[in-house]
Design a protein around this ligand. Sequence first.
Ligand SMILES: [Zn+2]
Ligand SMILES: [Zn+2]
Length: 334
Amino acid sequence: MKVIEFTNKGLYCPPADVYIDPWKKVNYALITHGHADHARWGHKHYLCVDSSVPILKHRLGHEMSIQGVPYGEKVNINGVNISYHPAGHITGSAQIRIEYKGEIWVVSGDYKVEDDGLAETYEPVKCHHFITECTFGLPVYKWTPQETIISDINSWWAQNVADRRPSVLTAYSLGKAQRLINSVDSSIGPILTHGAIEKMNDVYRSMGISLPMTQHLNAKVHKNEYKKALIIATPASIGSTWAKKIKNYSLGAVSGWMAVRGNRRRRGADRGFVLSDHADWPGLLQAIAATGAENIYPTHGNTHSFSKYLCEQGYNAQPIETEYGDDNLEKAEE
Ligand SMILES: [Zn+2]
Ligand SMILES: [Zn+2]
């Protein structure tokens, strides 16, 4: 029996009869993390890591049947050992290790190797077969350390305060927004948030994660406050009536995609800050080498060119078709 099969519902483990991050409804889903393209609604039962439970419940409903396990703890299903290991992508993100009769597979989900000070730090896991994301699987993608990017954001914010201009920064509501809030210099001014982000901040705080003080930007906040504030907004909220209340602001966009020429302008942003929750090119190669795996299956992005490169390096690499990496799913929720 194959340990992992690639099916039209998602990655399937026949001996355990479970799917990993399936995109169609199934009975039993192992979930790597809370982003919408990985954690979908409608499965009968969910298994994830402890710190992902509150996030999944918040996004998919409190009535769902869900079980959380600590990182590293083995769950045995029909002789298959399943365990979750930190992926460093967002809080509660995991690589899933699946071991059956001595054969080990690891499904990475999304990951990054840089420690961002908030998500559980990525840990390499030894395996024979590694299913890896490769969102930024081209040599042009090389990230500048977070410290430098955050210091650029702080300088931009401080300059806007001096100019009495609000600073609006766009970031995904789950993961990126909290990473920014946790890292910026909150002595510069107040941090105001879009409602979707503030609700997610509440989920983080309910888990005992202490984030600097933030306030939901609503009618109660005096407009004078805007000029000193860092306003964290979702990408989809720009152009909404909520954002139109903020006048004459400087717009910054935070994303790995800001590394691509023209993207900043297309989003109408004054500043683009290249900060990603995905591994860059060196990060991907480092992570793949660290698994010791010979068989690599890239998902997300440039899977064909990335596989070709890996084959040239002596790996047995083969791209697989998945429905991950669809940013529109995230935008639709915001
Ligand atoms: Zn993700
Ligand atoms: Zn993904």
